[in-house]
Design a protein around this ligand. Structure first.
Ligand SMILES: [Zn+2]
Length: 333
């Protein structure tokens, strides 16, 4: 073949080279059905296999872009926390590990918080980043959730939490476990403000996360096939020495048992969430938002008291436009 490659123009060589390394760069093999999928198609399909509907992991930013109206949202900075107070070391120093993941993901910790509009409703959305140390719950993540909850309360906006986690971050010992009550209180704060808290369980949601904020939603949505549980199925099987039923701890199984309200394919998530948030905000938040002094303000207050009346539609549009001006302009930039 040498004589052939010698006379082949460089452009053609490049084409063939790309095809031969295609495994890493251009194609992804579906772990469920082994179908080879063109990466660009996979991205366009929100990382859902077009032939078997298997939901693969999706990048946090891609998820937020797909969720918010026109892909516009504002990122909220995570609060700073003490770094490695236990001076923990396993094979590597915890500080080195953190640095590595920060470099790899470009994020500060295992959570990203964004504010934007979902179907016209200003919403605070927090997404756990499984690519960052398995989405583990440490002080950074706990503070992040508290920050997101405060943001929701101050904006009078719903709080949507996408969970994905292996559980507590063992490198932070008891300090990571303390995030369970802390995040629980943060969720409580949102609820006490009369705001909806919606959880979207994604694959996998396990450990201390399932034992705290992941199970406290007003509504629990889950992506198809997501593993949701406290201990993993293998551990349970070894402990009870019994074969577990098929589909145990998967989203559909939990839906059957009443732990999950809806299993929603990723492509329908935006629409479903938008619908829910609109219903929720119409009955709670949208009725009472501190409407900025605007011409329609009088109208709005008078409508609040007559919720079930046929004026509901007018009420909706009024409060919606009231919310439109609600400081979200920054997000659009
Ligand atoms: Zn597949």
């Amino acid at each position: 073949m040498n004589w052939l490659s010698d006379i082949t123009p460089p452009g053609i060589k490049k084409i063939f080279r790309n095809q031969s390394d295609s495994g890493d760069t251009l194609w992804t093999k579906c772990p469920a059905c082994s179908e080879m999928i063109f990466n660009r198609d996979l991205e366009a399909n929100l990382h859902v296999c077009p032939s078997c509907d298997h939901h693969m992991k999706i990048d946090v930013t891609e998820r937020l872009n797909a969720l918010f109206d026109d892909g516009k949202w504002k990122k909220i900075k995570l609060p700073e926390v003490a770094v490695d107070p236990l001076k923990f070391r396993d094979e590597k120093k915890y500080t080195d590990r953190l640095r590595e993941y920060r470099k790899k993901t470009g994020e500060e910790d295992a959570i990203v918080i964004g504010v934007g509009k979902v179907d016209g409703v200003t919403t605070v959305v927090a997404v756990q980043n499984f690519a960052f140390m398995g989405g583990s719950m440490g002080m950074g993540l706990g503070e992040g959730i508290i920050r997101a909850a405060e943001e929701a309360v101050s904006r009078k906006a719903p709080f949507v939490m996408f969970t994905a986690s292996g559980g507590a971050r063992m490198q932070e010992g008891i300090l990571s476990l303390m995030q369970m009550p802390r995040t629980t209180i943060a969720v409580q704060m949102v609820k006490e403000a009369g705001l909806p808290y919606v959880v979207v369980l994604t694959n996998p949601t396990t450990g201390g996360v399932t034992a705290s904020y992941a199970m406290l939603g007003d509504v629990h949505l889950a992506e198809p096939g997501a593993l949701i549980g406290f201990a993993g199925p293998r551990v349970i099987e070894q402990t009870i020495r019994e074969k577990l039923p098929e589909g145990f701890q998967r989203a559909e199984y939990l839906h059957d048992k009443g732990m999950v309200d809806m299993v929603v394919p990723r492509k329908e998530l935006r629409e479903t969430l938008g619908g829910l948030l609109r219903v929720f905000t119409r009955h709670g938040v949208k009725a009472k938002p501190a409407a900025k002094p605007e011409k329609k303000a009088d109208n709005e207050t008078s409508n609040v008291t007559s919720l079930p009346a046929p004026t509901a539609k007018a009420n909706d549009t009024v409060s919606k436009s009231g919310q439109d001006t609600d400081g979200l302009d920054k997000a659009a930039e």
